[in-house]
Design a protein. Structure first.
Length: 259
């Protein structure tokens, strides 16, 4: 079974971009982040013993999908012809995909997150990411708040103001889902966020996490109730920090979507 057939069997789609959760026009950086987010959800180290074999299989497929899309020549062939070179170096069978993953992404600590959050909030990078999320999700605030890094429900007025200013200036279109969002939906989002914040604090207290502790224990604790569902915020932060994001680095351009 070829890679595209494996993707369809494991993830419900033969589209490599869809499997990694990124746009077809995604930059190399976006593809890397998408791979990290997707792989965190199925990483064998985080699977229950009875699910480890299936997690390993899906993890290997994700690694192959990323190997194709991260190689300029392989990606060009896939984009133009809709096929992959099964015999190429990117998909060689003897590769240790877990070791490959560890070489790409480093572990991070609570201190790393706090340092990153200080440099990211109110930065040009955050501004670009907010506008990009608004365009990608066509004004859906639920998905925007889930997508943008380092935000909680208390940030929503600030995020909304940034988007409103961008609409007023003509940088982004005015989506009905944003400007006409119901009060009930806003309240429901706030309640969900408050509940998740309480759960996170409880898990942190139970684990006795300190500034230098690794995030793995916190992630595993929060996953006890959710089983297969990886905490989206931590997954994105790991993806961001796993790529050694630094203040003053390359800015993410706002992505254009459909009007």
């Amino acid at each position: 079974m070829g890679l595209l057939e494996q993707c369809e069997a494991a993830f419900g789609s033969p589209d490599l971009y869809r499997v990694l959760g990124v746009r077809r026009e995604a930059s190399h950086e976006e593809i890397r982040r998408g791979y990290h987010r997707a792989s965190l959800r199925v990483h064998p180290d985080r699977a229950e013993p009875e699910d480890k074999e299936e997690a390993t299989r899906r993890f290997q497929i994700l690694g192959k999908a990323y190997a194709v899309l991260s190689d300029a020549e392989q990606r060009a062939v896939y984009d133009e012809q809709g096929r992959v070179d099964e015999e190429g170096e990117a998909l060689r069978g003897e590769r240790d995909w877990q070791e490959y993953w560890r070489l790409l992404f480093k572990k991070i600590t609570i201190k790393d997150i706090k340092d990153f959050e200080k440099s990211y909030k109110d930065s040009e990078e955050e501004l670009a990411d907010i506008k990009a999320a608004y365009m990608d999700f066509e004004g859906d605030m639920d998905r925007i708040m889930e997508s943008v890094l380092c935000v909680d429900y208390t940030d929503e007025p600030r995020i909304r103001k940034i988007i409103e200013d961008a609409i007023d200036s003509g940088e982004v279109p005015s989506y009905k889902s944003f400007v006409k969002e119901s009060k009930q939906k806003m309240i429901a989002r706030k309640r969900r966020a408050e509940k998740e914040a309480r759960e996170a604090e409880k898990a942190k207290d139970e684990l006795g996490l300190s500034g230098e502790n690794d995030l793995k224990a916190l992630i595993q604790s929060r996953n006890k109730d959710r089983k297969k569902e990886m905490d989206d915020f931590l997954a994105q932060l790991e993806a961001k920090y796993g790529n050694n994001a630094k203040k003053g680095g390359k800015k993410t351009p706002a992505k254009r979507g459909k009007k």
